[in-house]
Design a protein around this ligand. Sequence first.
Ligand code: NAD
Length: 508
Amino acid sequence: MTEIASRGTATDVNGAKNSGASGGPGTLQNLIGGKLTASATPRFLPLLNPSSGEEIGSVPLSTASELDEAVKSATKAQVEWAAKPLKDRVQVMFRMKTLVEDQIDHLSEIVTLENGKTLAESRGSVLRAVECLEYAASLPQLASGSIQQVSPGVECKMYRYPVGVVAGITPFNFPFMVPLWMIPMAVSLGNAFVLKPSEQTPLSAMEIGRLLAEAGLPDGVFSVVHGDREVVEAICDHPDIKAVAFVGSTKVAETVYHRSTRNNKRVRALGGAKNHLIVVPDADPEMIATNVVASVAGCAGQRCMAASVLLAVGNVDPILELIREKMGALKAGVDIGAIISNEAYDRITGYLDRAAENGATLVLDGRDAVSEDAPAGGNYLGGCIIDHASPEHEASCEEIFGPTLTIIRCKTLEQAMAIENASPYGNAAAIYTSSGGTAQYFTERASAGMIGVNIGVPVPREPFAFGGWNDSRFGEGDLTGDSAIDFWTNSKKVTTKWSSIGTANWMS
Ligand code: NAD
């Protein structure tokens, strides 16, 4: 058992201890009303370390009534929390930022333990979460409302109010960062937040609960309810949850969006992706190859911003060869972390097995690039390339969510743009070129919310807002940045006349 597992961190919120026999986190508990609470569910999932396959604990698949308990305690806590001024509420985020920075090694180890990504990647994800805390901490400067004289003697003011109790449902691939896309903004703006983390990576959620408590957040303002579909559906249906943020696959995002909006909630649901990179002959080979490989293979390709289709325009063979060399040099288990589960590994390798169907060629098979040092029992896969795929090939169209790149050969930039535009997804798209005109042509026409020019993972950092288009997002607006201010608040407009000018009214 690793050192971090032996710290039993998943269950030491408020000093409670629940270590498993092996010193791991044991059976996780929910965090309700500031207390760790054992779930009464008969259903539990083993919690596996993806790097080794070792069982490190178990996760309760909680019931709808446990979600209801969390909402009840959140409803009480939210009233007092919302009564505090914004400048006081954000102090929790200031303190949490410092705590996260002080404990970054430990938090990164937890992310690696539950998710299987490399420690450097986990650290990067924790640092991105710190930026979200910083942004929320500056809310008094950003969300002060507005006032204007709209007629002689008449002024209109806009106030922001919290929405109430809100919920977040998050995926396995960024267990610390994605919840912090939501929680700092939602909580600072006066809401109480109920988190349903991925049942595959629930440990970071408990760390978030511990850190928020240490930072001074009152009990009940943040809750964690572990679970699967039952809890998600209970969130969508609960009359006292007013807003839902979701991040995960498109199929579930769409379901959560429709079910929650049918229940009159506001919803932002980010879905899956199939991100296109366009490479034209004038691009710098060395820079592109390094950048493309990092985009495809980083986090073992389990990123919604990962490049997964390369549209090769004209003769770019020397560039493609360099990409193949660099990708082939990576060793899974050393340079590339683990795939989250056996099921995910089988799904990804199924695409490799079927690659040759319809005339494509598997030119790099990552099954041949697993390091001898990779721990037995983990699911490791090196970088994979499927070349000469048609735009209709399954590897060109479906989200594979592994370290795989599909190459489609295109004669013209217009043909490449047409393929990108036809994708039902629209998370990210990037072009590699040394021509400003080509970059602008692409930027204006790409059908995606986040665009890269010579950048393979074009994540907008705060204050720019994260969110895609098309089937990569259901509901208006983005999840982070300034867009989050509107999502997590209700605005109230107050028109006031104290002047004695008799003729002045709202229409004058
Ligand atoms: P997922 O959709 O399987 O799970 C996400 C959440 O939904 C989890 O909390 C899970 O418990 C819940 N869930 C799963 N199936 C459900 C069902 N049938 N009914 C109700 N709830 C259900 O996603 P994942 O495998 O955890 O994460 C990978 C996916 O997330 C990829 O598609 C990836 O592109 C996407 N993702 C998108 C973004 C983005 O910003 N657009 C960011 C990260 C990940």
